[in-house]
Design a protein around this ligand. Structure first.
Ligand SMILES: *Cc1c(COP(=O)(O)O)cnc(C)c1O
Length: 336
């Protein structure tokens, strides 16, 4: 394994399955669609941060940390998975969260990830206007002054430690594909803080795979995300002792689906969530995988892929956030 020698704690349910989306493939008339079920990695409803946390938590334990501290949006999947990892390992957890735009996150009736954060025992601190990461470091500093030993998990778990999880994940996928006699020409995923895409692309290159990794951006523009991916992948390669550097030209990002902004659900997301649910019985989330799958469906229509291509959608999780959206996702009101 490329990540041999990097300490990790086994938390995730691995390998996650790959499954063929037969009915959806037939509905669209190709390409041959598959899904990688990283929505089933474990940690209180799963998702892509679990693989990163296996490496980050090992680093925290090695440093004698007593608390994991991280940051994110109010409905952050990363925050919820960090809270679950902390509980699982007997550590404290503090989450620095951004208040949702336009009001209170309704503290009396938390739902989705926020409900799970509270159930998992995390302390929640609402960040005011600072950049989130500044608040995160200020919180960790005040915990240090109070005699605690916090470990700061970066935004999205995306640094050269967390990314090892997705280098190993590409190795896992290539072994599954080889065993099944499949050659995925394309891997498509939702990309945001960049760690998942950086790890997958690094893994593919280090293993000599021709698989093309396409990130559908959920948040930043391509001109911001691609240089970030290059920095993250280069730092991770160095950490793994691989003689490799990356430039932004090594990464494919499509930022054509940013819609109304982060977490704003439009027709693209609604249609993707409904189509995949009704055709396959598979749940996407409205913020990340709904947007990315909507982008994939949109790219399939004009024939970006050949009918014979084998395309794998990497399901990165997020289903807890789905349950906060109520009727916004339905085409007609319930009972209407
Ligand atoms: C965090 C997250 C992503 C984005 O992964 P990055 O590594 O931050 O780019 C995609 N999907 C879901 C459900 C997520 O929670």
């Amino acid at each position: 394994m490329l990540t041999d020698g990097v300490p990790l704690v086994r938390i995730a349910h691995l390998p996650t399955p790959i499954e063929r989306l037969e009915r959806l493939t037939a509905l669209l008339g190709g390409p041959e669609l598959w899904v990688k079920r990283d929505d089933q990695t474990g940690l209180a409803t799963g998702g892509n941060k679990t693989r990163k946390l296996e490496f980050l938590a090992a680093d925290a334990l090695a440093q004698g940390a007593d608390t994991l501290v991280t940051c994110g949006a109010a409905q952050s999947n990363h925050a919820r998975q960090t809270a679950a990892a902390a509980a699982h390992l007997g550590l404290g957890c503090t989450l620095v969260l951004r208040r949702p735009v336009g009001g209170s996150p309704s503290p009396r009736a938390p739902s989705g990830n926020l409900l799970l954060d509270r159930l998992l025992g995390a302390e929640i601190i609402w960040a005011e206007d600072d950049p989130l990461e500044q608040s995160l470091h200020a919180v960790a500093e005040s915990q240090r002054r109070a005699g605690k030993n916090p470990y700061v998990v970066p935004y999205g778990g995306s640094n050269e430690i967390g990314i090892c999880g997705y280098v190993a994940a590409m190795e896992e996928l290539l072994a599954q594909a080889a065993a099944a006699g499949i050659d995925f020409g394309h891997v498509v995923l939702a990309s945001s803080s960049g760690g998942t895409q950086a790890g997958l692309a690094l893994g593919a290159r280090a293993l000599g795979s021709e698989t093309h990794v396409l990130g559908i951006s959920v948040e930043p523009r391509s001109e911001e995300l691609r240089p970030l991916l290059a920095r993250l992948a280069s730092a991770t390669a160095e950490r793994l002792g691989l003689e490799m550097t990356f430039t932004e030209d090594d990464f494919s990002v499509d930022d054509g689906y940013l819609g109304g902004g982060y977490g704003v659900i439009g027709e693209l997301e609604r249609e993707a969530v409904r189509t995949v649910a009704r055709t396959e019985g598979l749940l996407l989330d409205p913020v990340y995988t709904g947007r990315a799958f909507g982008g994939l469906l949109d790219l399939i229509r004009p024939g970006r892929f050949r009918k014979s291509d084998q395309v794998l959608f990497w399901h990165t999780g997020g289903v807890a956030a789905l349950l906060t959206q109520g009727e916004a996702l339905l085409d007609a009101p319930v009972g209407g």
